[in-house]
Design a binder for this molecule. Sequence first.
Ligand code: PLP
Ligand code: SF4
Length: 352
Amino acid sequence: MTRASTTARTLADLVAAGVLPPTAAGDPALAQVARDYAIAVTPDLLDLIEGAPAGDPIARQFIPTAQEATTTSDELTDPIGDHTFAPVRGIVHRYPDRVLLKPLHACPVYCRFCFRREQVGPGGDMLDDAGLEAALDYIATHPDVWEVVVTGGDPFMLSPRRIARIVAALDATAHVAVIRFHTRVPVVEPARVSDALVAALKTTRAAVYVGVHCNHARELTSAARTSLATLADAGIPLLSQSVLLRGVNDSVEALEALFRALVAARVRPYYLHHPDLARGTSHFRLSIDEGQALMRALRGRLSGLCQPTYVLDIPGGYGKSPIGPTYVGDPASDGQRTIEDFRGDRHDYPAR
Ligand SMILES: *Cc1c(COP(=O)(O)O)cnc(C)c1O
Ligand code: SF4
């Protein structure tokens, strides 16, 4: 396959890139999916795709399928309750000490399982200058905000000039100690991690962290690892967020390879997200029991550095909770507890 030079944004683009069969362009179910949810697959990812979505963990994350036309009754337009906690446009303030700042809704790619899939998309809905100033003003006037999570959409899609404007304003806000960017860019469009972007992340006071969304070890190509090294070499601590997805990374082997590859690239695994109840994503979901069994198996095999926290964003806007597994047994009648070790054997521990 020849290398595509631009991002594929339509079914016809995907057919031309050889990642969908020619019949796909005329498939009415797929056409409906393409109208409902944005499509974007970068050249870097088109290069990585080796087969059909059913069998290839990269294709499955980014290539639309007719399965997305199926919405189950428990699925929600706003699965994590962003709208309930939005005091001004572009801000979500759910926890007392931190806010989300969402300056735009565009992403370099559109993940088929996205929890904000009804909000994200190309065009429109970027905060204009006045909207951005109002959002920054909200932060400046709320002294409890210790940390700002800059997300979207994908904030690394902004120009370095606009990123620098956001970073400078937050750096000048004395109560903001931490500015955390969440992005998929270093993995899916690594060339965007330029010297100008790194310069835009420079602060004089506040700590800048970058959280990278990555779900499969194959996403960490040499170009992706180079972009991560550029950020790490600039002194920026790197974290990862991954989503547990059926058919993408729902095996111990896939998760082990992912977390080892991240740590080897100086990215500390932070969260493994249980999939959200976004519309048209039931084919990606697995049970909490399955997720806990995978986490238990990882604990037995991998360094502590490679262990993310397994979390669920509770539908309705109640926030994220760690969902196990637990290694502490129920108390016995004398209060004594049992603790499970990494092999699954149990040991007593006194009540006090
Ligand atoms: C996920 C999220 C955060 C960040 O949560 P951490 O657990 O600190 O990573 C903050 N605000 C909102 C609204 C969130 O959804
Ligand atoms: S990069 Fe994040 S916000 Fe954008 S489509 Fe993927 S999951 Fe959604």
